[in-house]
Structure formats: structure tokens, C-alpha cells
Design a protein around this ligand. Structure first.
Ligand SMILES: Cc1ncc(COP(=O)(O)O)c(C=O)c1O
Length: 462
């Protein structure tokens, strides 16, 4: 019997067994994820109450804690790492991603500074260079891994704000925004909610942007564009979260550059269309922007959480993210000097492993397969007499089941039935079911099973 739950000798002696137990439980979970209902059952969710026992005076020990987590927790997960989860733009985690994250967790590196983790710094550097190359972004762009596209948007927009105000003679990084010249912000009518959130966080306001009209697919229409004066930031989008469509970058960037405005691209998942020769043309001229936000946890299928902020002018990003102290050597050129975070997990390790394992062809195949399966889903829906609301140009499909209440009740039935999971949305006034095909493990058979399930739910709905 160990002296306490923190008995070092006992923990060292039990460590290998504990980690093997975790590995076996993880493998068993993944082996079962294909054939279980995608949403957890009510009993499993109610069972989570059992995690809330009074904090014990004497700890349970790691083995017991892990057993409870697995026995109570595994059944109450959403099977988003399985092949028939089409919610949000979640993406499953590749086996290589899970494996690398396990190894990286064992390393427990703080990726803030190279001196804290040479391997994390090197993986960041290489992985970001590979991503720039793969997505056709400038090779000398600087970037940093953050929690997701929301933080990547905020990071890039903070750099944009500082750069535009510096040009107007105002040092925002040092003086803040009180008394600064106004910054004009332009967004499209179908801008993602997290751009507005990011604008709020960095002090430019969620609701003061000029909104440009968008077409039926959510793309900004590049005509009758307004004149811009003074410091200005234009937010464009690669991959609308509902339709998958991207803004026409060529004419929009040309217009923005006429006014020396900063162009930021939110490409949370859509930027990965550049990873395939088949879809790359949708992003022509995206490389002419000044900053880009994307995610690895979505279409690259790393584990959560992993976003990436990239800025073409590295000095601008560094100045915006600066934190200096005598005990932080070289911080300006390292992860903590390129992101809002100081201490941070070593996200680049997993991204390096995934990119090294897939290679250029593997990324292209992942993108192409998801797009092909999205089209198959849409075709199946049309064959069943259902309305597909968008042009399926990427991996997103919007399906209507008629009036809003009926659409909502079919979506609820689909989620309840459990073969697959799709969420709701409202697209330009029409209630719809969103299907996002973003995972490596989805097959034709998974799509066909899901089509059959959705169809059956639609037939039963009144
Ligand atoms: C276009 C776009 N931007 C931003 C986000 C937010 O990404 P995250 O949840 O990784 O912060 C999403 C999420 O779906 C998105 O589709």
C-alpha cells in the first residue's frame, strides 16, 4: 500500500503499467468507434454524474482514476473520431496524430522557447514551412501554432491592427487604441462568427465593420467596392463554413491593395483546398494576402487543439506578440514571440508527424476524398428527392427538408438514430442540415449508410 497518492517510489514503479493501461484503453476505444452510435446515449450522459463525487481526502491513485474515466467517460464521448461524424468541421484524428500526441504528452515539453524544448521549436519551424509550401503561401511568412482558427484570426488581426496604425503614425502595441486614428474594417456578409469575435477581442469591435454583399454561395461579390481611407483591414474567407465556397481573392486583393489595406484570410478548413491540385484553383491569388488563419485539427486531422496563424511580414507579427524579460532569451523569434501564448503545448510535433507521414500526396488524397464523399452525399440526397442548397465545391453540403420545423425534426431524428451525426444551420434564411466530410476514415460505405439513415428519418417525419 503506497504511503500516499503522491508516493514517488510507488508512482515510478506503477508508471509503465499505468501508461500501457491507458494505451490499451485508447486502442479499445478507437476499435469500437466505428460501430457505436455516433451520439452518446442518455444513460451514458447521465452516468457522467458519477464523476462528481466529493474530492477524496486520500486520492484514488492513477489506475483507479483512469479506470473511472474510461468506464464512465468513454461511453459519453461523441464519436467525432469515427467515420460518420459530419458535425461542425471537426475532422477525425489520424492514427499518426494520436500516436505522436501520446509521445509528445510523455515528453511534456513547453514549446514557448527553444531553450525549453529544442525538438518542439524545430518541429514548429519545419511543420510551418511545410504548410506554407503545401498551401502555396510565401516561404518567408512567419507563423505560430495556437488553439484554433479563432485565436489564429485574433492573432493575425492584432498584427494587422498594429501594422496599419503604425503606418498612420500610431503605436498601438504600446499606446493601445484610446485616441488612435480609426481603423476601417471590411468583412463579407457571410463572415464567420469568429472573425467578429476576434475583432471584438482586439478592440476593433464586433459590429462596426463595413459589410460587403455576398452571393448565394457566401462569396463576396467583387463589384461596386467602396473607397477606403486611412488604416484599413479587409477580412476575406477561404471556405465558408456552410457552403465551402471561397471569396474571389484576385479582384478583392487587388482592390484592397489599391488602398494599402491589410488583407486577412480566414481559411480555417478551406485553405487546405490548396493542398490538392483538384481544388487549388478555388484559392487562386490567396497567397497575395498579408495574413492567414487556419486549423490543423480540422482538415489535417490532428488531435485538438491546433490552429495556425501566419503573417507574411514576420517583423509585424513579432512586434504584435512581443513579451520581453531578462529571463526570456530570444523570445521574439520563438513560439512565445509569435503567438499570444507564453507556455504552450508542442503542437508542432504532431503536425510534423502527420505531414511527414502523409506527404504531399497524402494531404491531396485526404482533401480529394472528403470532397468526393461530400458530392456522393449530396447526390444521394438529390436522388432521394431532397433539396441540396449549395454548390458542393468542397466538403460541405446543406440539405433542406422543407419548412424549418420539419428540417429541425429530421435533424433531431438523425442525431437520435445514431448512424451518423449532422448539425443544423440557417443558410440565407433557409433552415438546413449541415454535412461536413472532414475525416480520414470516412468511406463510401459510411456515406451510403448515412444517406439511408437520413432518408429513413426524412420519410418518417411529418
Ligand atoms: C471559416 C471558419 N473560421 C473560423 C472557425 C473557428 O475555428 P476554431 O473552432 O478552430 O477556432 C471555423 C470553424 O468551423 C470556420 O469554419
Amino acid at each position: 500500500m503506497p504511503e500516499s497518492a503522491l508516493d514517488v517510489q510507488a508512482m515510478l514503479a506503477g508508471r509503465a503499467a499505468l501508461l500501457r493501461d491507458a494505451c490499451e484503453r485508447g486502442v479499445a476505444y478507437l476499435d469500437g468507434v466505428t460501430d457505436r452510435p455516433v451520439a452518446p446515449g442518455k444513460a451514458a450522459v447521465n452516468g457522467l454524474l458519477d464523476l462528481g463525487f466529493p474530492l477524496p481526502d486520500r486520492g484514488l491513485g492513477g489506475g483507479q482514476a483512469l479506470r473511472l474515466l474510461d468506464e464512465i467517460g468513454s461511453a459519453a464521448t461523441v464519436a467525432s473520431n469515427g467515420p460518420r461524424y459530419f458535425g461542425f468541421v471537426t475532422g477525425g484524428a489520424l492514427p499518426t496524430a494520436v500516436a505522436a500526441s501520446w509521445l509528445s504528452a510523455a515528453w511534456d515539453q513547453n514549446a514557448a522557447l527553444r531553450v525549453m524544448s529544442p525538438v518542439a521549436a524545430r518541429c514548429d519551424e519545419v511543420a510551418i514551412g511545410w504548410i506554407a509550401d503545401l498551401l502555396g503561401l510565401p516561404g518567408d511568412a512567419a507563423g505560430g501554432f495556437v488553439t484554433g482558427a479563432t485565436m489564429a484570426n485574433a492573432t493575425c488581426l492584432a498584427a494587422a491592427r498594429d501594422a496599419m496604425l503604425t503606418r498612420a503614425g500610431w503605436d498601438a502595441a504600446s499606446q493601445g487604441l484610446v485616441g488612435s486614428p480609426p481603423v476601417t474594417v471590411v468583412v463579407g456578409a457571410e463572415v464567420h462568427a469568429t472573425i467578429r469575435k476576434a475583432l471584438g477581442i482586439i478592440g476593433l469591435g464586433r459590429d462596426r465593420a463595413i459589410v460587403l454583399p455576398a452571393d448565394s454561395q457566401g462569396r463576396i461579390e467583387p463589384r461596386d467596392l467602396p473607397d477606403l481611407a486611412g488604416p484599413a483591414i479587409v477580412c476575406l474567407q477561404a471556405g465558408n463554413v456552410n457552403t465551402g465556397a471561397s471569396d474571389p481573392f484576385g479582384p478583392l486583393i487587388e482592390w484592397a491593395q489599391k488602398y494599402r489595406a491589410w488583407v486577412h484570410v480566414d481559411g480555417a478548413f478551406g485553405l487546405w483546398a490548396a493542398g490538392s491540385p483538384v481544388t487549388r484553383a478555388q484559392l487562386t491569388f490567396v497567397e497575395l494576402a498579408d495574413s492567414w488563419a487556419t486549423d490543423c485539427h480540422k482538415w489535417l486531422n490532428t488531435t485538438y487543439d491546433c490552429g495556425l496563424a501566419m503573417v507574411s511580414d514576420s517583423g509585424t507579427l513579432r512586434r504584435a506578440m512581443e513579451a520581453t524579460a531578462s529571463y526570456l532569451p530570444g523570445a521574439e523569434a520563438e513560439a512565445m514571440g509569435l503567438t499570444p501564448q507564453s507556455s504552450q503545448r508542442a503542437r508542432g510535433v504532431e503536425v510534423w508527424a502527420v505531414l511527414a507521414s502523409l506527404g504531399r500526396d497524402g494531404v491531396a488524397e485526404l482533401v480529394d476524398r472528403c470532397c468526393r464523399l461530400a458530392r456522393r452525399f449530396a447526390d444521394g440526397m438529390r436522388t432521394a428527392g431532397l433539396d441540396v442548397l449549395n454548390d458542393v465545391v468542397l466538403n460541405q453540403v446543406l440539405i433542406s427538408f422543407g419548412p424549418a420545423e420539419r428540417t429541425d425534426s429530421v435533424i433531431a431524428a438523425v442525431q437520435d438514430e445514431g448512424t451518423c451525426w449532422c448539425g443544423p444551420t440557417t443558410w440565407q434564411g433557409h433552415r438546413a442540415m449541415r454535412v461536413s466530410v472532414s475525416g480520414w476514415s470516412t468511406t463510401e460505405d459510411d456515406v451510403d449508410r448515412s444517406i439511408a439513415a437520413v432518408r429513413a428519418c426524412a420519410l418518417q417525419a411529418t
